[in-house]
Each structure stands twice: as structure tokens, then as C-alpha cells.
Unconditional design. Structure first.
Length: 375
């Protein structure tokens, strides 16, 4: 009886073990895993001379020249004193034609002699007038200045015909040209340095924009690096301090640059960066980020430098990765993935239960790789 009971218990135990094994195998076969890998791209950096050391990028010098003109305005005034009208008069010694009349004698009209216009404006001579009878010159032209300052002293030609207190009735006077230059006291516009600076600043901004457009057009689709700041040559018809209502400012701007093929430069940069790419990684088709600049070599030649940054991303075979991961413990799988994808963030989940291993069937592993944006 005891033996039969033991046999029955053994049978029940074997059946239970078989059921447990079958259930476990069923769960194991039904197990799936979802793995998400967030990969940080491999950052690659280099600084390289593109036109030296066997790289030989073709570089072409280009120039642009632009000239522009602008009007400036005086923004200040200064008081002005009244000025004196000035000009010339001509004295004439009139000699009688009669042989019985007394002969003409030489005479000097002294400086300071007052002559008067038809409008009774008085002028004084500024130098003596020496008059001689024939055959010498009977006329003498001297300068005059109005006695009083102001615009009233301005008079037209032929309007001064009287000698005040004339000591010689046979001496006459007239002005062959206008007498002018007289002005009343007042204010006058004056150009300040700030007026010139403001006009230059506005014109420089305009010329710089035009130079940029001109050099871009001359590059004909090529990339370029300017040789330095543009040269600006300013000229003006008036200077600061001049009394004028405005002025004309002219500037000629010049800009030079070194032009090159961007696609050729990108090809060189990819070639330079490629040896540093990790196994299983690749440089995508995105352009290499590059900052171009000019520098001078020790021998005096000009170098086109590129400070370049590229990002390599993994080129995984999903089937091969799943095959390597199947049946591994979660810890071993995580270690393997971190080796394959340095610096990555890994998330693993198994279903329907939290098994400590991955499915034994590779097709039950759902693998997703995300590329994190570069920092």
C-alpha cells in the first residue's frame, strides 16, 4: 500500500514538472522584447589648409569696386559779421583839345578819395591813381571799398560817377564792373564734423551692402572668403567748418576675396574626417559644417583654412544585431549594445513577463535606433 502511494505521488510530481516546463517553454517562445537605442553621433573635428599639403583646392582671387555719392546737410549756424562791398573805379584825366587852353598836367588822386554812386553810397579808393597827359596814359584803375558795411554797398557797373570834393574838375570817374561782396550781419549755415560723420556712416553702410552683392555676383556661385574689411575712400566738396548749406560726399569702396568650389571643399573635408570614423559608423550625406578663413603661411603664401565639424552616425544591420542579442541576459545585451553604440542610452522591455533574458528567437526582438541631435 505504501509503495503504491509513493508511486502515485511520483507520478503527480512528474506531471507537475512537465506542466511547469511546458508552461515555461510556452512563455519563453511567446516572449518578445522591445529595445530602443538613443545614439549620440560621433563628433569629428579638424582644422585643415585646403590649398596646401597635397589637398590642392583651386582658389581664385576676385575683386569688387563700387562708387556712390550722397548729399549731406549742415545742421548748425554761426553768426556772420557784415562785410564791405569792394570793386574798382577808373579815373580819367580829360585834356582840352584847344591849343590856347592851358596844357594838362600830371596829377595823382590820393588813396582815400571818396567816390559816390547814383544812390548816394560812398566808397573810398584803396590806392592812389596816377594820371598823366598824352602821350602817357590818361586813365588809372584803382580798388575801392564801401565806406559802410552791408549789402547796400553793392552796385552795378557804371553807377559810380561822382568824385566827392573833386580837386580837379577835368578828372572824371566811373566803375566799369559791378561792385559786390557787401552783406548784412546775420547767420550762416556751417558744416559740423558730426554732419560729415553721419553722412559717411550712412554711405558706408550702403556701400558695404553693395560690395557684398558685387562680390557675390563676381563669385559666380562659388563659395568665398573676403580678404579683410573693405577699403573706403571718402572725398567731399566741403570740409567741417566750412560755411555752406550742404556738401556732396563721394565714396569708392573696394573688396577682395578668395573664391573656391564648395563641393570640392566638402569632398576634401570628408576625406580628411573619414579615417577617424568609428567602425560601423558612417558620415551621412549632410554637408560638413565648416568655417573658412584666410591666414598667411610662414613662406608668405595665403592659406585657405577650414575649421570643420562632422557627425558620424551608426550604420547598423538590424538582423545581425538581433542575431547577436538573442538569448543573452539583459545585462550582457546591454553591455554588447554599449560596445556597439558608444555613449548610447538603452531601454529594454520584455513581454509578457519581465524575463531576465532576451527572446531566443531573433525575430521576437524589436530593435529601434534613434539618432540624437548633436549638442
Amino acid at each position: 500500500m505504501r509503495t503504491q502511494l509513493q508511486r502515485a505521488w511520483a507520478t503527480y510530481l512528474l506531471l507537475a514538472i512537465a506542466a511547469l516546463v511546458g508552461a515555461t517553454a510556452g512563455f519563453a517562445y511567446a516572449e518578445t522584447a522591445a529595445i530602443k537605442i538613443a545614439v549620440t553621433p560621433q563628433k569629428l573635428e579638424t582644422t585643415v589648409a585646403l590649398n596646401k599639403g597635397g589637398l590642392n583646392l583651386a582658389v581664385q582671387h576676385i575683386d569688387a569696386t563700387v562708387t556712390e555719392t550722397a548729399q549731406g546737410t549742415a545742421t548748425s549756424t554761426v553768426p556772420t559779421a557784415a562785410t564791405y562791398a569792394t570793386g574798382q573805379v577808373r579815373f580819367l584825366l580829360v585834356c582840352p583839345a584847344s591849343v590856347v587852353a592851358p596844357p594838362c598836367q600830371a596829377f595823382t588822386m590820393p588813396a582815400g578819395t571818396v567816390v559816390v554812386s547814383v544812390r548816394h553810397v560812398r566808397f573810398v579808393t584803396t590806392s592812389p591813381a596816377v594820371l598823366r597827359p598824352p602821350p602817357a596814359s590818361q586813365t588809372a584803375t584803382v580798388g575801392i571799398r564801401a565806406v559802410a558795411s552791408g549789402a547796400a554797398g553793392n552796385t552795378g557797373p557804371g553807377t559810380i560817377m561822382t568824385i566827392e570834393n573833386n580837386p580837379r574838375p577835368n578828372v572824371t570817374v566811373f566803375n566799369p564792373y559791378a561792385v559786390d561782396g557787401g552783406a548784412d550781419a546775420g547767420v550762416a549755415p556751417v558744416i559740423q564734423q558730426s554732419d560729415v560723420d553721419a553722412a559717411q556712416s550712412a554711405l558706408a553702410a550702403k556701400i558695404n551692402d553693395e560690395l557684398g552683392s558685387a562680390i557675390l555676383a563676381n563669385a559666380s556661385g562659388m563659395a568665398y572668403v573676403v580678404d579683410g574689411p573693405p577699403s573706403l575712400d571718402f572725398t567731399s566738396d566741403h570740409a567741417a567748418g566750412d560755411q555752406a548749406a550742404g556738401f556732396t560726399l563721394t565714396v569708392t569702396g573696394k573688396l577682395g576675396a578668395e573664391a573656391f568650389s564648395n563641393s570640392a571643399a566638402q569632398t576634401i573635408l570628408r576625406t580628411v574626417l573619414h579615417p577617424a570614423v568609428w567602425p560601423g559608423y558612417t558620415l551621412p550625406a549632410d554637408p560638413i559644417q565648416a568655417t573658412y578663413r584666410l591666414t598667411q603661411a610662414a613662406d608668405g603664401s595665403e592659406l585657405l583654412m577650414a575649421d570643420a565639424v562632422g557627425y558620424a552616425v551608426p550604420k547598423p544591420s538590424m538582423a545581425a544585431i538581433r542575431a547577436r542579442l538573442k538569448g543573452l541576459s539583459l545585462a550582457d545585451a546591454r553591455s554588447r549594445l554599449r560596445h556597439d553604440f558608444p555613449g548610447s542610452s538603452i531601454d529594454m522591455r520584455t513581454r509578457p513577463l519581465a524575463f531576465p533574458w532576451l527572446p531566443f528567437v531573433s525575430d521576437h526582438i524589436n530593435l529601434t535606433v534613434f539618432i540624437e541631435p548633436p549638442a
